[in-house]
Design a binder for this molecule. Structure first.
Ligand code: SAH
Length: 370
């Protein structure tokens, strides 16, 4: 059975050239120019497939804007300052950020040159509409971080790293085998399935140290693209003063396990069910990103839960300020948004926050150990 236009292309490609890597599958499912999930749609919101923190409440982007303003002051107020956002989605975080900064610290607002790194033309179009009247200077769009100019920077990435292609490996008696995507064995079957690469990897060095000695049958993941981007950010922070804030769901310590998931209309679906029509993500391994950043020469903060970080930034006081003048209905909405962002059974604990920054900068606001 053909499940989506992209499914048909994937089946043909596998028939012609053999199993593909999971990273290639994810890259095509999310970003294929005609059929990729992000390339073709705006997936956010109650009508869409999932809701991200900035879509839950304006408080999220505002607090990050105010945090960035404090960082900018601590950096010595460089002007211009490149504000880079990776994967801005609908541009909601950035619009709340800009509004908050414009009134709180106009000098930061005018010093800011905004760079949006976005591979989806559809979403870049939505961002342009949302942001065109909010920035002091027109934002610029880029396909990758490499294209952003050098210079002092503040970088934000919310739910960006979880969308990057991962690789998976399965442990067998003779070592770790990459998990590839092939077709079910019956002749003529169009059903995609995982198959293990015939030969094991020559080395287990590509996996985080704590998972290397796992028992047979264990699945482990890596995200080479996420590591490369983190390394690039850290290297930039060795040339120019720079601070990057990474927020995503994932784990503080590296751990084995299969975290790949597909989400469609707020429901989990099979990862091969409708390629190109469901969001595919994997948990972010913060311990690995932290060590990559440090190896490349940056300082890193401890990894904190979203709940703790937003609480330190004053989300409770902000909630009170907003509810003070609100109607009953508005107050309920604001309080339920707060709950969604910080409650342990919502986004509060699963989502983590980490920053990396130039070695000669002072300790970052929001992260000081008390
Ligand atoms: N930050 C937003 C959106 C998160 S969804 C929010 O919090 O609401 C992931 C975003 O990253 C989308 O905008 C998607 O198009 C973009 N994206 C995914 N992979 C990318 C890549 N390799 N390079 C640039 N953008 C990418």
């Amino acid at each position: 059975m053909i499940r989506s236009p992209l499914h048909k292309k994937l089946v043909r490609q596998i028939e012609n050239t053999g199993p593909m890597t999971l990273a290639e599958y994810m890259g095509l499912a999310l970003m294929h120019p005609e059929h990729g999930y992000y390339a073709t749609r705006d997936p956010f919101g109650t009508q869409g497939d999932f809701i991200t923190a900035p879509e839950v409440s304006q408080m999220f982007g505002e607090l990050i804007g105010l945090w960035a303003a404090q960082c900018w002051l601590d950096m010595g107020s460089p002007s211009p300052i490149q504000v880079i956002e990776l994967g801005p989605g609908r541009g909601t975080l950035q619009s709340d950020f800009q509004r908050a900064i414009k009134s709180a610290l106009p000098d930061f607002w005018t010093a800011m040159q905004l760079h949006l790194v976005e591979t989806s033309e559809t979403l870049a179009g939505v961002q342009a509409k949302t942001l065109s009247d909010l920035c002091a200077r027109q934002p610029t769009w880029h396909q990758s971080l490499q294209q952003c100019p050098q210079g002092p920077f503040l970088l934000i990435a919310n739910e960006f790293f979880d969308a990057l292609p991962i690789s998976q490996y399965i442990k067998a008696d003779d070592g770790w085998h990459e998990r590839l995507i092939g077709l079910e064995a019956e002749p003529g079957s169009n059903q995609l399935q995982f198959v293990a690469a015939v030969l094991p990897e020559p080395s287990d060095r590509l996996l985080p140290a704590p998972v290397r000695q796992s028992p047979s049958g264990t699945i482990a993941e890596t995200c080479p693209v996420g590591q490369a981007i983190t390394s690039e950010i850290a290297q930039r922070a060795t040339h120019d003063p720079g601070i990057a804030l990474i927020i995503d769901y994932g784990h503080t310590e590296s751990a084995a396990g299969d975290t790949l998931q597909a989400l469609k209309a707020h429901q989990y679906v099979g990862v091969f069910e409708t390629p190109g029509e469901a969001d595919l993500t994997a948990h972010v391994d913060f311990a690995t990103l932290k060590s990559v950043a440090e190896t490349a020469g940056a300082s890193t903060t401890p990894v904190m839960t979203q709940s703790e970080f937003l609480t330190r930034l004053g989300i409770e006081a902000r909630t009170q300020a907003l509810t003070a003048t609100a109607s009953d209905k508005q107050r309920q909405d604001i309080e339920s948004a707060l709950n969604r962002l910080i409650a342990p059974d919502q986004m509060g604990t699963l989502f983590k926050v980490m920053a990396l920054y130039s070695k000669d900068l002072p300790e970052l606001p929001g992260f000081a150990l008390s």
